[in-house]
Design a protein around this ligand. Structure first.
Ligand SMILES: *Cc1c(COP(=O)(O)O)cnc(C)c1O
Length: 419
């Protein structure tokens, strides 16, 4: 294991894997298929006794270079990339779960992940949704058929911080797989293995790529989970060392058979974006904290949710988990009754009305009316998403410009409010 820090690892990963012609980046390999000089070599690659590529649906040299980079970032033993974060999450669950299995998941989940879990229940998997800010709630929900616990780091839009260390300890004690979606924090703030996660999921479409020009997802195996204890590994995937079993089954039954493959061009863009991850997370986190503090002091704002604020219920946990300096780019705030979120958002001049997260640009949306609209008012209430809630994904603009934009928008909206 290298002692180098994140930026250094990412920047030099490609060349240390020996890039063609001494190029400083791994290029985009767009070939759909790969040929060999002899039938024996082709057979050896198919059988896994020789490494190599056969058909692009199962990966290509560019996705492999990104996977190597993600291994360095998460200190993982292996990574498989996918076309999107949802492709990663759905493929890992299809590969690892069977009818009659049970999973425990956080109640505060990315909306499409919550929707996917509903689909799993239609396929015969039972799901317990719990308040993952308390590891005791996870313990209570465990069953003999529980195959994994699934949690996110910072929940969207409420910014609840799960009891990650507690869940990790609990899963280690019980021999249960802990699957962590680390999208909102990225390895710049937290590594999955440091909280005991066996598998770490990323949407590479968000902060890791950062520039809003690529979609991707990944699953990394930290090596912490002992797959000999996992009941659903097919015997054909139990040939090599046990630490490779889970990811091999995800690669075959997940990536190969469901086909949600990351393209070489997208992998290349993500890999370039990742080079500045550390810088961007620092800058965006600084902006987010400044904006959160400014909003907290602002009349017309009922509450601000941001883990970097002392008023946040899990502020101390967040400080311990994320290193105490940066708290990510996601914040949300609730407007007082009578202040129209649509009018405020329309008055913003720099901030873009958009559903994306982790972009270099600051993006905002009225959460209840957009990403949480489909689930209906009762579910929104149980998830604490009121109509006046604005979600902001803070970018890397100059802090003063960002705050000035909110200041002018609040001033113009207040002037327009009926008294
Ligand atoms: C965006 C997101 C996903 C899904 O990723 P896509 O690349 O959009 O499919 C999953 N989990 C979290 C926490 C996300 O923010």
């Amino acid at each position: 294991m290298t002692t180098e820090q994140l930026s250094t690892r990412i920047l030099h990963a490609d060349r240390r894997g020996s890039v063609e012609h001494g190029a400083i980046h791994k290029p985009s390999h767009n070939a759909a298929a790969f040929g060999y000089a002899t039938a024996r070599e082709l057979a050896d690659v198919f059988q896994g006794s020789q490494s190599g590529f056969v058909y692009g649906r199962q990966g290509n040299p560019t996705t492999a270079a990104l996977e190597a980079k993600l291994n360095l970032m998460e200190d993982a033993v292996g990574t498989v990339t996918f076309a999107t974060g949802m492709a990663a999450i759905s493929a890992l669950s299809v590969a690892l779960l069977r009818q009659g299995d049970h999973i425990v998941a956080s109640r505060y989940l990315f909306g499409n992940t919550a929707s996917w879990l509903q689909t799993l229940t239609q396929l015969g998997v039972t799901v317990s949704l719990v308040d993952a800010t308390d590891a005791a709630a996870v313990t209570e929900a465990l069953q003999p058929q529980t195959r994994f616990v699934f949690a996110e780091t910072i929940a969207n839009p409420g910014t609840q911080v799960a009891d990650l260390a507690g869940i990790g300890r609990l899963c280690a004690e019980r021999g249960i797989l802990f699957v962590l979606d680390n999208t909102m924090t990225t390895p710049a703030l937290l590594r999955g293995r440091d909280v005991g996660a066996g598998l770490v999921v990323h949407s590479l479409s968000k902060s890791i790529s950062g520039h809003g020009n690529a979609l991707g997802g990944s699953v990394s195996d930290t090596g912490l989970y002992d797959w000999t204890g996992y009941p659903n590994i097919l015997s054909s995937y139990q040939g090599g060392p046990a630490r490779g079993w889970g990811l091999l089954q995800i690669k075959k039954k997940g990536l190969r058979d469901t086909g949600g493959t990351l393209s070489a061009d997208q992998a290349h863009r993500i890999a370039i974006g990742a080079e500045t991850l550390d810088l961007r997370v620092e800058r965006a986190s600084g902006n987010a904290l400044a904006l959160a503090r400014w909003l907290e002091a602002r009349p017309g704002v009922r509450r601000v949710q941001y883990p970097g604020l002392e008023s946040h219920p899990q502020h101390e946990r967040a400080a311990a988990l994320f290193g105490g300096r940066h708290y990510g780019s996601l914040l949300s705030f609730e407007l007082q009754a009578g202040v129209d979120p649509f009018a405020l958002l329309d008055a913003l001049r720099i901030v873009i009305k958009s559903s994306h997260l982790g972009d270099n640009r600051t993006l905002a949306l009225p959460a209840a009316h957009t990403i949480f609209f489909e689930m209906g008012p009762e579910n929104r209430q149980s998830m604490d998403i009121p109509d006046g809630l604005v979600r902001v994904s803070v970018g890397i603009e100059a802090e003063a410009d960002l705050i000035a934009d909110f200041a002018q928008a609040f001033a113009r909206t207040a002037a327009a409010q009926p008294r």
